[in-house]
Design a protein around this ligand. Structure first.
Ligand SMILES: Nc1ncnc2c1ncn2[C@@H]1O[C@H](COP(=O)(O)OP(=O)(O)OP(=O)(O)O)[C@@H](O)[C@H]1O
Ligand SMILES: [Mg+2]
Length: 216
C-alpha cells in the first residue's frame, strides 16, 4: 500500500477579505503525481504554499509524512521541496550555483552536491549552460533551472507550481517525464498547471474554483 504523503484537512486561507482556500481536503500518496488545475486566482499557488509552510492556514491542518506543517522549517524537515511559480532563482548566480545552494543548505556534502546539481541540469537539457548567469537565460531555460533545483533535492514531496508554463513541447515532455520519475522513485508530486496535456499525465486531477475543490 502506498503511504500517505500529504494530508490536507479543512484548510482555509484568507488574505484580508479574500478567501483563497475555503476548506480544502485532499490526500496525496507516495508514488503519485497529482495535478491541480483551475482558473487564475482559483487558489492553486496558495494551496502549494500552505503545503510548503509558506502560508499558514487560518483553519485546518496539513501533515506531511506524519509531521504537522506549521511553517517553513517543519515543511523542510518533513521533506518538502518547491518549484515556485516565477522560478525564484537568484539572477546573479549561475544556473549551477542556483541548483547547488539548496543542496548545501541541506548539508549535502559539497562534492556530492556539485555532482547532483550537474546531473539535474543535464537531465533538463541544460548541459551546455551550467556556468551561465540566470539573468542571461531565456524564460524557458530559467524555468528548467528551477525544475532542476527542485529535482536535485530528491525530496519525498515535490510541489511544482506551473513548472511547464514557459516551455515548448519537447521541454515540457522532458519535465513531465522527470516528475513522473520522481514519483516512481517514491516521491509524492503535486503540480499546478493550466496545461491540459500536463494534467492528463497525472494520476489524479484536482479542480480548484474560487478556493474550493469542485468535481472535474
Ligand atoms: N499574498 C497575498 N496577499 C493577498 N492576496 C493574495 C495573496 N496571494 C494570493 N492572494 C489572492 O488569493 C487568491 C488565490 O491566489 P493564487 O495565487 O493562489 O491563485 P492561482 O490559482 O495560483 O492563480 P494563477 O493561475 O494566476 O497562478 C487570489 O484572489 C489572489 O489575489
Ligand atoms: Mg499561481
Amino acid at each position: 500500500m502506498p503511504e500517505r504523503a500529504v494530508d490536507v484537512e479543512g484548510v482555509v486561507v484568507r488574505f484580508g477579505s479574500v478567501t483563497a482556500l475555503a476548506g480544502i481536503d485532499l490526500r496525496v500518496r507516495t508514488g503519485e503525481v497529482v495535478a491541480v488545475v483551475g482558473h487564475s486566482g482559483a487558489g492553486k499557488t496558495t494551496l502549494l504554499s500552505a503545503m510548503a509552510g509558506i502560508v499558514l492556514p487560518d483553519a485546518g491542518t496539513i501533515t506531511v509524512l506524519g509531521q504537522p506543517i506549521d511553517g517553513l522549517r517543519s515543511a523542510s524537515s518533513a521533506g518538502v521541496a518547491v518549484v515556485p511559480q516565477g522560478n525564484g532563482l537568484a539572477a546573479v548566480l549561475s544556473a549551477h550555483e542556483n541548483v547547488l545552494m539548496p543542496l548545501l543548505a541541506r548539508a549535502v556534502e559539497p562534492g556530492a552536491a556539485a555532482a547532483r546539481a550537474t546531473e539535474a541540469l543535464d537531465a533538463v537539457g541544460l548541459g551546455e549552460i551550467h556556468a551561465h548567469l540566470v539573468e542571461e537565460l531565456s524564460g524557458g531555460q530559467q524555468q528548467r533551472v528551477a525544475v532542476a533545483r527542485g529535482l536535485a533535492l530528491a525530496s519525498p514531496v515535490l510541489l511544482a507550481d506551473e513548472p511547464t508554463s514557459e516551455l515548448d513541447h519537447a521541454s515540457r515532455a522532458v519535465v513531465l517525464t522527470l516528475l513522473r520519475a520522481r514519483a516512481e522513485a517514491g516521491a509524492a508530486v503535486v503540480m499546478t498547471t493550466h496545461d491540459p496535456e500536463a494534467a492528463e499525465a497525472a494520476d489524479q486531477v484536482l479542480h480548484l474554483d474560487d478556493g474550493e475543490l469542485v468535481p472535474g
